[in-house]
Each structure stands twice: as C-alpha cells, then as structure tokens.
Design a protein around this ligand. Sequence first.
Ligand SMILES: Cc1cc2nc3c(=O)[nH]c(=O)nc-3n(C[C@H](O)[C@H](O)[C@H](O)COP(=O)(O)OP(=O)(O)OC[C@H]3O[C@@H](n4cnc5c(N)ncnc54)[C@H](O)[C@@H]3O)c2cc1C
Length: 390
Amino acid sequence: MSYDVIVLGIGAMGAAALERLASRGARVLGIEQWTVPNSLGSSGGDTRLIRKAYFEHPDYVPLLERAYEGWRRLEASSGVDLLYPTGTVYVGPPDGPLVAGSRRAAEDHGLALELLSVDDVHERFPGFRIAQGSVAAFEPEAGFVLAGHGINAFAERAAAQGATLMTGTRVTGWRAAPDGVVVTTDAGPFQGDALVVAAGSWAPAVCQLPGLALNVTRQPLFWLWPDRSFDFRLGEFPCWALELAGHPGIYYGFPSAIPSTLHPGVKFAHHTPGEACEPDGAKAPASEAEYQATLRSATSLLPGLRGSRVGTSICMYTNSRDGHFIVDRHPEHERVVLACGFSGHGFKFAPVMGELLADYALEGRSKLPADFLRIGSRDLWRADRLRSQP
Ligand SMILES: Cc1cc2nc3c(=O)[nH]c(=O)nc-3n(C[C@H](O)[C@H](O)[C@H](O)COP(=O)(O)OP(=O)(O)OC[C@H]3O[C@@H](n4cnc5c(N)ncnc54)[C@H](O)[C@@H]3O)c2cc1C
C-alpha cells in the first residue's frame, strides 16, 4: 500500500503531525522504533512547561497562541485534561534574558504578564527568597502540559481518524523516487508521496543533511519530596523559571501532586545543553553531584524547596546551532519535510508543529508565521562543513 505521507518517528512532533494529517483525510503511516510514547527520546515523562511570553524570541508567540488552541482542541477531542495553566514565576537579574525577554514578548504581543517587586514575590510565594535588585514577573496563562498523556491523545486521535501507526519498527533509510519517497525499514519498504522526518535526537542519522550541526546532549532531571514547610502542591504553587547571574540557561520546576506522574513530589531541572551523548548509547544516570548542584542553584532563589530526593531521569536535547527549531522542506528533496533541532524547548509547540508539518507535507507551504524556523540563510552548519552547504 502507498501512503500520502509517511511520518518517521512518533515522539511529540511525529504524533502531532499524524493527528493533523489524518484529520485532513490523508492516508498516513507513522513509524516508530520503540513504543508510543517512550522514554528513550526527548518526549518521555509526565510534564513540560508551556508559556507564551517567550523570552527566547517574540516571533514564537503567534505559534504559541495557536499551540494553546491546539492543546484545548486535543483535550476536547480526546476527553483528557492536558493543559494546566498554573501560572509561572520568572525571576532573574535585571540585565539577564529571562525576565527582560519575557517582558519584550509580552509587550510586543499584548500578553498578560504581571511585573512583581521582590516584596510581591515573597508575599505571594513564600517559598522564594530573592535578593533586592532582582526582577520578577508572573505569567498567569503559563503552566504545564502532560507529556505522555498528550502523545497518547495525539496517537489515539490519529488512529481513530484512519492513521496507521507501526511501533517497534526502525527506519533504516529513505530515497527520493519519481513519485515520492521510498522508506526502508527492518519490516520492509514503504512508499509515500511525502515523508516527514521527526526523528528527534536521531535526526543526524536520518535527515540526509550531514553538514547540519545538531548537538545531542544528556539532560538530567530530578524529583524531591518537599518537607512541607512551604506548600508546593498544584493549586497552591506555580511553575517557576529562575535565572542566576553567571550561570548559563535557567533552572525551572513544577508544583507537586500533579495527577498520574512518574514520581511524587516536585520536579526540577537545569535548562541548558548538557554533556554530548549518542542517542543510542548508554547514558550515565543522574548523579548525586548533579542533583546537589542543580538543587543548590535552584534553592539560592527558592530556599523553600527542601526535601528528600525521590527520583531522577535522563532525557535528550537536540540542539541546533542557534537554539531555534528547524522546520522546513529538505533543501535537496522537496517531498521531504524536516522537523528537528528543538533544542530543549519544543514540546509545548507540538500541536502547531503538527499543523505546520501537515501543511508542508500536503501543500508544500504554510500560512502559519513560521518562516523564521526555515533553514534559509540561518547559520545552522557544522564549522567543518560550512563550505559544502547551500
Ligand atoms: C529534560 C527535558 C525537559 C524538557 N522540558 C521542556 C519543557 O518544559 N517545555 C518544552 O516545551 N519542551 C521541553 N523539552 C523539549 C521537548 O521535550 C522536545 O523538544 C520534544 O519532546 C522533541 O520531540 P521530538 O518529537 O522532536 O523528539 P522525540 O520525542 O525524541 O521523538 C523522535 C522519535 O523518533 C523515533 N525515531 C528516531 N529515529 C527513528 C528511526 N530510524 N526509525 C523509527 N523511529 C525513529 C524515536 O524513537 C523517537 O520516539 C524538554 C526536553 C527534555 C529532554
């Protein structure tokens, strides 16, 4: 059987693309090497932050507005609660990117963002203790989405609308054919009019762009059981993102008592590229030293975050050279669409990425304001391959 579109990889992006493609009546096949969902790629686990006042760049905001609509649509069609707008507190130094960038995105797009004084933060959220001179903001619509349940919902809705999902099947290669694309797998070849490559950290092996710089990194995350001197429970405490002067990236976390989570307690992590790793290789488990370093940094602004460690996990980022997503048609194969380089902040966008990938695969273009994610003239190439790239 031949398909309109084959989707390589059923993580967050592949699952969302399958759901949107199937909703438009396309004959679609998704191929996943493990299970759906799985914890071996980048979309494992329970929760991901979602926010609109996007410090990374205001251009993401219209896509985020659309992503929020997409999460609500998925909740309605699946009957599962997925989006929890708990509100998120941002704290950092006045000259750092987190609060200033969030303010800029909110001002450019008229988003709700409350600027808080140090005293406001202490009064509203007693778990914090921030230095005078810090800046802070609260975004009421920000919060988290349920990751595994979200992927499940995309996959189930895709299947209910006619998509075929093959799990436990590895794509070994693909080639352009006169009428489309032939995808080879360890279960035989499949033919499609178009191919969406949504392979996460395996993109370097399957996207057929050897010069693309994609740095795959190992990312530890942690859970602690709070000692209850402050209340971190969902409904009482928001999500949080903290920038520390002299530290790269941000420290972030979630409330405790989130329904059906992997571990009880408060989940927290450091959002910055970690050690380079191979997607298939063994990854060292999160160590006590990593836990202590992340906790020490987070508690320098959030000393109420005390308790005992109850869980750790390892996930992967696939970092593009500029930290922005790469979503475009393949420069050498117009029937192949690439979605990679989500650089540790892609999950929240999954519904709108599904729409974008469906647009590119079925129509070759999209009306969504996502040209800034195309390859174009961005500096995305490995230094040693710069000269050989278009
Ligand atoms: C610790 C951590 C915290 C994060 N926190 C946030 C957050 O708070 N908010 C947020 O928005 N984002 C967050 N992210 C980022 C977000 O989770 C990722 O950007 C997103 O999950 C990427 O999805 P993906 O579909 O591209 O990749 P994946 O989920 O990895 O999916 C790719 C799939 O392709 C499959 N595959 C690959 N090659 C083949 C092959 N040859 N054959 C068959 N199947 C194949 C893989 O098995 C995999 O299932 C976080 C990421 C990590 C690791």
